[in-house]
Design a protein around this ligand. Structure first.
Ligand code: NOJ
Length: 517
């Protein structure tokens, strides 16, 4: 029997290398995750989404997988994975793992075999290889640019062919026209389902199928990963056939297991296609990642998501931050303003019907680290653009757990990216039990969300120009996106939670309040 947990869950993203270091090598690992399960249980989350921990040369922080069935030794072993998952399940927390089907690592045995084989061989047919044109030996087969910068094609060492990589040159794209690729990923799904995982987050879920003939894209061929531009390598209709094959596989397993898509599309309508009943369960809505902190933008995104998903019976899936984007405290202006708005936005999200994703460290109010020295940066975006694009390392700095120690409790050794000095004051230890801290705010808000389950969304009269209010069936939520306080006259009921102290009964700028119904 389905309990539909995934329609209203709070799901916490663990970025393993930056969460907690259990073996003292400066990089987070699965033992670190296991040791912090009580913290996550206390936070009140229903599930963890773990970014990749598979064998990988780590050219893209693990999104370059060399063995889909093995744990990278930096992160532990399969036994560590099982122990971590058992501890999570024991605490009532589900485990969603990341699946990276668009590309493998160049160190995957398939790609090594492909390079060792001849052009036209079955080994090369698992990827996208194209001959070098002798008349134009330096002209790649089309104008596609890597999402991390530079051309999307690299020549084989013998110089006879090009291979396609939408991301780093160490991440060759798989050819999903090849039945062997389908069979392999169906087997990988079963491998992790047999082990007991509760679902998969699908990386670049809109990317695997490329338009026939690999036609040029418009403009100069460059495309943002975080964006909505349509391209011949994204959101092609054929990708849905893959999910129609995967859905029956996951359905064969007990326990209401799910797929969640990372699918960047050019419209909410296109995103909703991934959520048809015979495809995936959730697709992240990134509109609020892209939206400025403004009532009109939030309202538009919320309306579009709810309207689209309602038509197909899929839950809305809300996100403010993840490992690819600047942390929202910083997007909202940093300092007290950024923190206040972050609280307000979180409280608003937690009142919405659907699923809320929390990115590790947002519950501590962590900011983006903007001043990392160039030499410690690892993101391929930084290196492939010659530093022109700063990349994503700033949201991946290891978490501060304690007020002291070489890595503020992350582990026993200096962490793989340095933490800012003032993060001691943001550590879990310094916020635990402190009334009004971000951590206690998240704990309270998540608990109240559970005791006051949203059943829908009805907009109420706006309390001010840059503010809105809605009734979710269990509580009334009012958010003020502006600078000046707004009146709360007209909203009845006891105050359940307020992201900032009310001022003479009015809601200050950058704040959210919930009223009991
Ligand atoms: C999306 C992931 O979230 C990102 O971190 C990664 O670099 C790309 N996909 C490529 O796998």
């Amino acid at each position: 029997m389905s309990d539909n947990w995934w329609r209203e869950a709070v799901i916490y993203q663990v970025y393993p290398r930056s969460f907690a270091d259990g073996n003292g090598d400066g990089m987070g690992d699965l033992e670190g995750v296991r040791s912090r399960i009580p913290y996550l249980a206390r936070l009140g989350v229903d599930a963890i989404w773990l970014s990749p921990f598979y064998a990988s040369p780590q050219h893209d922080a693990g999104y370059d997988v060399s063995d889909y069935r093995a744990v990278d030794e930096r992160f532990g072993t399969l036994e560590d994975f099982d122990a971590m998952m058992a501890a999570a399940h024991e605490a009532g927390i589900r485990i969603i793992v990341d699946l990276v089907p668009n590309h493998t690592s160049s160190e995957h045995e398939w790609f090594t075999a492909a390079l060792a084989a001849e052009p036209g061989s079955p080994e090369r047919a698992r990827y996208h290889f194209r001959d070098v044109d002798p008349g134009r030996p330096e002209a790649p087969p089309n104008n596609w640019q890597s999402i991390f910068g530079g051309p999307a094609w690299t020549k084989t060492p013998d110089g006879r062919q090009w291979y396609l990589h939408l991301f780093d040159s160490s991440q060759p794209d798989l050819n999903w026209d090849n039945p062997e690729v389908h069979a392999e990923f169906e087997s990988v799904l079963r491998f992790w389902l047999d082990r007991g995982v509760d679902g998969f987050r699908i990386d670049v879920a809109h990317g695997m199928v490329k338009a026939d003939g690999l036609p040029d894209t418009g403009g100069d061929g460059s495309i943002e990963m975080i964006g909505t531009t349509h391209a011949p390598f994204f959101d092609q209709d054929g990708v849905h056939e893959i999910y129609r094959r995967w859905r029956p596989i996951i359905e064969q397993y007990e326990g209401d297991r799910i797929f969640v898509a990372e699918a960047w599309t050019d419209s909410p309508e296109r995103r909703a296609l991934y959520l048809r009943p015979d495809e995936l369960h959730q697709a992240f809505n990134f509109d609020l990642v892209l939206a400025p902190f403004a009532a009109a933008d939030f309202r538009k995104a919320i309306d579009a998501e709810i309207a689209n998903n309602a038509g197909i019976g899929a839950p809305s899936t809300w996100v403010l931050s993840n490992h690819d984007v600047q942390r929202h405290v910083t997007r909202y202006g940093d300092g007290e303003t950024g923190l206040g708005r972050a609280r307000a936005a979180t409280q608003l999200l937690l009142a919405l019907p659907g699923v809320v994703y929390v990115y590790q460290g947002e519950e501590l109010g962590l900011n983006e680290v903007l001043d990392l020295p160039d030499e410690v940066r690892e993101d391929p975006t930084f290196h492939r653009t010659g530093g022109e694009q700063i990349g994503r390392d700033g949201c991946r700095v290891p978490l501060p757990w304690k007020t002291e120690g070489p890595s503020l409790g992350f582990g026993d050794k200096a962490p793989w990216l340095p933490q800012p000095q003032d993060w001691a004051g943001k550590s879990a230890q310094s916020q635990d039990g402190v009334q009004g801290s971000m951590l206690e705010f998240y704990r309270t808000a998540i608990a109240l969300r559970k005791s006051h389950k949203a059943t829908g969304l009805t907009w109420l009269e706006d309390p001010g120009e840059n503010a809105f209010a809605f009734d979710n069936g269990a509580l009334v939520c009012v958010t003020n996106f502006g600078q000046d306080p707004v009146s709360l006259d007209g909203y009845e009921g006891e105050v359940l939670l307020s992201s900032t102290d009310l001022q003479d009964g009015r809601l200050p700028g950058g704040a959210t309040v919930w009223f009991e119904k």
